[in-house]
Design a protein around this ligand. Structure first.
Ligand code: F6R
Length: 615
C-alpha cells in the first residue's frame, strides 16, 4: 500500500517520477504528490490520481534534478491534499519525506515532538518521520545520520525516502518491513517500491534488506545496515539484473489489466508448471533442497493467507485430504495471529501470497514460528518479497506481475502449485500410484489448453452480466472443493462491481440464506459433474421452487438443462482434480463484465489497493 519513488540524476527527473508513480499506482490511488529540488523544495500534491498530478506539474512547469514522489492508500487521515505526501518539516531548511507503511508509535513520537515545538499540519503518521528527522538533524547536522537515528526510534513497517532542502544533492532511503529497491542507472540513481517503476531507467536493481539505510546521489550510492547499530555499518548488497519484460507491465491491446491477466492465465499456468510439464514425475525438490527431508516428517499442514490466497488454501485442503491423506487447517492470517493455537513441530506451515508483502500473512507466519512451528513453505509470485526471503521452503508461481487489484492469474497459478504439492506429498505418503501420478501430469500438461477453452464462454457471460448489473445482491453456491471457488466468485464480484455477493456451501442454504431468495436475488451455482452433483441439484431445486433465478456454470456432462429462471453456461466435460481451476475462469469473467456494465474502475476499485502492507 502506497508507492514511493525517488530519483537523482543529471537531467530533470520529473518525467521519471511521474512514470514511476503510474507504475506504482496499483499500490494505492487515494492521492499523489511529489517534491523536487530547484532553488528550494518545490512540492505539488493532489487528491486526484497520478494523471491529475501530471497536469498540475505541467501547469506549474515543475522541474528538478532530484525528487521524491508518492501515490497514497490512506491509513492515517482522510485522502486530502493536506494528508498527501511528501510531508515537510522545518522552515529554513526543510525536510521532505515520502513513506509506505505504518508507524505504530507515531502518537508517542508526536507528543514528544509537539513538546519540543513542532507543529503538525496533517493527520498522518508520516509527518512524524519528517519532524523526527528534522529534530535529530539539529544534533548530528548530517541527514544520513539523522535518518539512521530516526529509524531506530520508529516502530512498525516503513519504506521511506527523505530529502533536505539545504543539500539537494542526495536522497536518503530506508526500509523496514516494506519493500524498497535501488536502481543503479548510467545517468542517475533511483529508489522505488518495486522494479516496474524503475525499468524506464535501469535494469540494475539492488533489493534493500530490513534495517538498511541508503544514500543516493547522481553517480552512486552507499548502504549501511542500522539493524544492530544506530549509526549503521557499511554493507554490500548485490546488484541483480531484472529480467522483467516491458510487455509484462504494459497493458498492450487490453482495456484493463484485469482483462489482460484473466486472458494470460493459460500462459501463466504453463510457466508455473514449466518444470513439470516435460518431466516424467513430480519431485519434492520443486519446493527447495530441504523439501524432501521436511516433507518426510510432515504429518499436518497449516495454511495461512488472506483474501483470494486464502481461497486457494481452502481448495488445497480438499486436495490434500483426498489425494494425499494429509490433514490440513486453513486459517485467515489476521485471525490466526491473535489466537492461541497449539503448535506442533511436525506441522508444515504454508504461507500463500501473491505479493509476498501482506502484513497479516507475514505476521501470522512469524507468529507460527514463535509458537514452535519449525518449518514453513512460501507460495508466492514475487521472488524478492519478504515472504520468500523468510521461508525455509519456497515455490514461486510464475504468473508475471499482477497489476489489476482483483487477483486472477495469481489465484489459478497458486492452485496449480498447490496441486503439485498435493501430488508430491501423496507420493511420499504412498497414497498415489505411478499410474495415477502419470494421469495427473498428463492432465496438468493439458491445463493451459483447457483454460483457453474455458475462456471461450466469455460471449455468454457478457449476456448474463447485463442482468447482473441491475442487481444489488447475489448469492454464490458451491459444494465440496467448489465451495471456495464460489467464495472466490463472490469476492471478485463484490470488489470490482460493488454488488453485495455472498457465497454459501449449497447445503447450508436451507439453514438460513434461503430466506433471501426472491426474483431480485440472482443465485450463481457451480455445478461440476462430481460426486456431489446430485446433492447440488437438490439445492438448486430449493431455489427454483421459491422463484429464485439461477445462473449455473455446469460441466458439459452435468445434465442440467436450461428452463425458465434457470440459465446455464456449459463448460467442457468434468476435469476431475483440475475442475476448481477451470470453474474459476467464468466467475472472473462475470465479475469483470458486470463491472464494465456498471462503469466502475475495474483495475482500481474504490477503497482498495493491491499489496496490503498494513494490518
Ligand atoms: C482479491 C485480492 C485480495 C488478496 C489479498 C491477499 O482479489 O486480491 O483478497 O488476495 O489481499 O493478497 P496477497 O495474495 O498478495 O497476500
Amino acid at each position: 500500500m502506497c508507492g514511493i519513488i525517488g530519483a537523482i540524476a543529471n537531467a530533470n527527473v520529473v518525467p521519471v517520477l511521474l512514470e514511476g508513480l503510474l507504475r506504482l499506482e496499483y499500490r494505492g490511488y487515494d492521492s499523489a504528490g511529489l517534491v523536487v529540488t530547484n532553488h528550494g523544495l518545490q512540492r505539488v500534491r493532489t487528491t486526484g490520481r497520478v494523471t491529475e498530478l501530471s497536469k498540475l506539474v505541467a501547469q506549474q512547469k515543475t522541474e528538478g534534478f532530484a525528487g521524491i514522489a508518492h501515490t497514497r492508500w490512506a491509513t492515517h487521515g482522510e485522502p486530502s491534499e493536506r494528508n498527501a505526501h511528501p510531508h515537510f518539516s522545518g522552515e529554513d531548511s526543510r525536510i521532505a519525506v515520502v513513506h509506505n507503511g505504518i508507524i505504530e508509535n507515531h502518537e508517542a513520537i508526536r507528543l514528544h515532538l509537539r513538546n519540543k515545538g513542532f507543529e503538525f499540519l496533517s493527520d498522518t503518521d508520516t509527518e512524524v518521520i519528517a519532524h523526527l528527522v528534522a529534530f535529530n538533524l539539529r544534533q548530528v547536522t548530517d541527514l544520513f545520520k539523522a535518518v539512521c537515528m530516526s529509524v531506530a526510534e520508529l516502530q512498525g513497517a516503513y519504506a521511506i525516502a527523505v530529502m533536505e532542502e539545504a543539500h539537494p544533492e542526495r536522497i536518503i532511503a530506508a526500509r523496514n518491513g516494506a519493500p524498497l529497491l535501488i536502481g543503479v542507472g548510467k545517468n542517475g540513481t533511483y529508489v522505488a517500491s518495486d522494479t516496474s517503476a524503475l525499468l524506464q531507467t535501469t535494469r540494475d536493481i539492488i533489493y534493500l534488506e530490513e534495517g538498511d539505510v541508503a544514500e543516493l546521489n547522481s553517480h552512486g550510492y552507499r548502504i549501511v545496515s542500522c539493524l544492530h547499530n544506530q549509526l549503521g555499518e557499511a554493507v554490500h548488497r548485490t546488484i541483480h539484473e531484472s529480467n522483467l519484460s516491458n510487455e509484462a507491465i504494459e497493458l498492450g491491446p487490453y482495456a484493463h489489466y484485469m482483462q489482460k491477466e484473466i486472458f494470460e492465465q493459460p500462459s501463466a499456468v504453463a510457466n508455473t508448471l514449466e518444470m513439470v510439464l516435460n518431466a516424467q514425475s513430480i519431485s519434492p525438490n520443486l519446493f527447495g533442497s530441504e523439501a524432501e527431508k521436511i516433507f518426510s516428517k510432515t504429518n499436518h499442514i497449516l495454511i495461512l493467507a488472506c483474501g483470494t490466497s486464502y481461497h486457494a488454501g481452502l481448495v488445497a485442503r480438499y486436495w490434500l485430504e483426498t489425494v494425499a491423506g494429509m490433514s490440513c487447517n486453513v486459517e485467515i492470517a489476521s485471525e490466526y495471529r491473535y489466537r492461541d493455537p497449539i503448535a506442533d513441530e511436525n506441522t508444515l506451515v504454508i504461507g500463500i501470497s501473491q505479493s509476498g508483502e501482506t502484513a497479516d500473512t507475514l505476521a501470522a507466519l512469524s507468529y507460527a514460528k514463535k509458537l514452535g512451528h519449525q518449518h514453513n513453505l512460501a507460495i508466492c509470485n514475487v521472488p524478492e518479497s519478504a515472504l520468500i526471503r523468510q521461508a525455509n521452503l519456497r515455490f514461486l508461481t510464475r504468473a508475471g506481475p499482477e497489476i489489476g487489484v482483483a487477483s486472477t492469474k495469481a489465484f489459478t497459478t497458486q492452485l496449480a502449485s498447490l496441486l503439485l504439492l498435493t501430488v508430491t506429498l501423496a507420493k511420499m505418503r504412498h497414497k498415489l500410484s505411478l499410474g495415477d501420478e502419470q494421469k495427473i501430469i498428463a492432465a496438468l500438461r493439458h491445463l493451459p489448453v483447457a483454460l483457453q477453452h474455458a475462456l471461450q464462454v466469455e460471449p455468454q457471460v457478457k449476456i448474463w452480466a447485463k442482468s447482473f448489473a441491475q442487481k444489488r445482491h447475489a448469492l454464490f453456491l458451491g459444494r465440496g472443493v467448489h465451495y471456495p471457488i464460489a467464495m472466490e466468485g463472490a469476492l471478485k464480484l463484490k470488489e470490482i462491481s460493488y454488488i453485495h455477493a455472498e457465497a454459501y456451501a449449497a447445503g447450508e442454504l436451507k439453514h438460513g440464506p434461503l430466506a433471501l431468495v426472491d426474483s431480485e436475488m440472482p443465485v450463481v451455482a457451480i455445478a461440476p459433474n462430481d460426486q456431489l452433483l446430485g446433492k447440488l441439484k437438490s439445492n438448486l431445486q430449493e431455489v427454483h421452487a421459491r422463484g429464485g433465478e439461477l445462473y449455473v456454470f455446469a460441466d458439459a456432462d452435468s445434465q442440467i438443462t436450461q428452463s425458465e429462471n434457470l440459465h446455464v453456461i456449459r463448460l467442457a466435460e468434468h476435469a476431475g482434480l483440475l475442475s476448481p481451476i477451470l470453474h474459476t475462469i467464468p466467475l472472473q469473467l462475470l465479475a469483470y463484465h458486470v463491472a464494465l456494465e456498471k462503469g466502475t474502475d475495474v483495475d482500481k476499485p474504490r477503497n482498495l489497493a493491491k499489496a496490503v502492507t498494513v494490518e
